[in-house]
Design a protein around this ligand. Sequence first.
Ligand code: MV4
Length: 458
Amino acid sequence: MFGKVLIANRGEIALRIIRACRELGIGTVAIYSEADRNSLHVKCADEAVCVGPPPSQSSYLHIPNIITAAVLSKADAIHPGYGYLSERADFAEICEDYGLIWIGPGAAQIEKMGDKAQAKAIMKQAGVPVIPGSDGPVANEDQLVALACKIGYPLMIKAVAGGGGKGMRVINDEDELLKGYRLARAEAGAAFGDDQVYIEKYIANPRHIEIQLLGDHYGNIVHFGERECSLQRRHQKVIEECPSPVVTAALRQQIGSAAVKGARAVNYVNAGTIEFLLDQDSSFYFLEMNTRIQVEHPVTEMVYGIDLVKAQIQIAAGAELEYDQSKRVPTAHAIECRLNAEDPDNDFLPSPGVISSIHIPGGHGIRWDSHVYQGYEISPYYDSMFGKLIAWGGDREEAIDRMLGALSEMEIVGIKHNISFHQCVLNDPKFKAGEYGTSFLQRLAARLAADRKLSNTR
Ligand code: MV4
């Protein structure tokens, strides 16, 4: 096992990784920016190194400073968490060049799955269902017109270097095609430095389902069921559930096997997720593979009784997976609410500032993953998410009731937050019935804004 791990991240995930290391008897090195001196991940780590000024580009994304911190502190391994450098193949490779073990998949896997068109081609080749569309990037405008004619409308243009909703565009008819294509290429070129795009059939209001995977260095790959991630606003997830209210045991087996097959095709190692779009008729299609631990990993942990971050570290240190796929069935339910410092009454505008007082709920089946405390300042430099509230129950109804109880207990003074928005969602009859897709939150937010306008003019 490692003697020391450097955590190349901040906030709640840095703390989550420190806690896993502590349980494994591993020393921890935190890195922090000048804005994060008083952060809990700095206080809780055995050692901490300042890697630069507040902007992420100069600190949490500054590879030379982070490598220097790891080498000087004599760390054996680096855990990148999520976001920041977690899906940078070049960083994974540099770590290995400096003799630091990368707690994640190999640079080759990160690179292959980072190219969204290549990832899709690999999955198709492996027999994983993909959305009908161009095989790879569109070569020219003549090919575009011919392909669009075959696929039909509406269709979607996606950037090869995109992902997570960036660089996407819906095309409703032939009239919009060429103009949309040229715009999409220009946007992709400006945003990613790569203007290649591919096209596929548009699937309206699907569900976003993702399969949690673990692979070891001996070719064992297993899955831990799905997470339901359809509740997103502007491509940011807000609430996640495990299991999905619409995935049956039979469908789970099908999607899970497809995901394992896909991961095998790239010899996947460590924790990863394959995202699928689930259509109204239960057909499912590969969307993207995430080669990192994800924000919403706790719902899977609560339902399947596994510590995914510990497993990541153990796998990187050479442990062999000993899980029996057939024995793992979800017999509980977990829901996660992401708490953001933002104003739901003002288009979710970020609301940084000092938390002057906070009451954290507790009790059976409640988990709070966060780096904040009374007096903590939420910095305008970083993401507005300041904590994740997770409720576990024997079934979905119990998990929802516990979450509603915890949300009503929670009290945060000093910043605006989205607790009331979570309460709106959890009390919505359609949510309670499990009947929602990826358009649900956008519509709910629009309805709430309209109601507010009406009551203001009265
Ligand atoms: C799609 C789609 C419909 N049809 N692709 C959004 C994130 C990126 N990973 C892919 N996304 C989508 N791709 C086709 N062919 C709809 C979305 C989509 C979406 C997907 C998952 C969760 C939320 C979403 C919100 C809007 C659009």
